[in-house]
Design a protein around this ligand. Sequence first.
Ligand code: AMP
Length: 281
Amino acid sequence: MEIIRKVHSMGEISSQILAARRTIGFVPTMGSLHDGHLALVRRMKQLSDVVVVSIFVNPAQFGPDEDYREYPRQLTRDTDLLIAEGVDYVFSPEPDEIYPEGPATYVEVEDLSTRLEGASRPGHFRGVTTVVMKLLQIVRPTLAAFGQKDAQQAVIVRRMIDNLFLGTELLILPIVRDEDDVALSSRNANLSSGERRSARAIYRGLFAARAAVEAGERDPEAVVRAAREVVEAEEVLRVDYLELVDGELLRPVPAVEGRMLLVAAVYAGSTRLLDNVEISV
Ligand code: AMP
């Protein structure tokens, strides 16, 4: 496995792979890898000739008061994990490689970027789409894998790829959960043991709401309430948002029908956790 630090080196490697008519599978990450990331890597191994994983904590997607500096970084451990998975290249540039003159050119998907996560974290998705666009331009993957854990990100990246005719095929893979059903996240490392115990209520709440729909509940507010009650029963949890939205436009649904997402952002102490379930009627 090779670790690539420079944009021009990654570009040359991709050119050679593509000239040899081999496919590139790409998994963009911010590192501190867990089984959720590795599930994406394994799928890319199955589907493509060469696998590239990027590890880049993207400053442009963090707000001024967010945890960019504290975000966990463990490059040595991460590269060991990726060697064990048979990954071909890790692209891990410094921020000034990706933003040599400051992030002067932005890519933004309107409307979708201002809802949910975007409402709580202004500018976050502009940072995400800008860096994903840059990474896709550098790596030029045939196929790129993202996780359903970040459901809104997946919808927005799909829209960007479609709108800009980027041609990369997008694969969205299911949420990988720990044994206690908490969605794996690099930020889980920040939870105290009590917060971790309480965090299970997020999953329980989402699934209680889904069960309510399966049992015939058709009032969107009642569905959301079913989840909220379970989450709010835990003292250390604070709901940032919890909404039942349609799976494409991410707008709150007027009726319980079609393919929907119940999406949640919940603080456990000072750690912000995301989770979601799909609900289809
Ligand atoms: P991150 O390093 O948090 O930027 O995540 C990199 C990629 O891994 C994104 O596409 C995430 O959606 C995905 N991912 C993170 N956690 C999980 C998980 N628990 N299950 C599935 N995919 C995940």
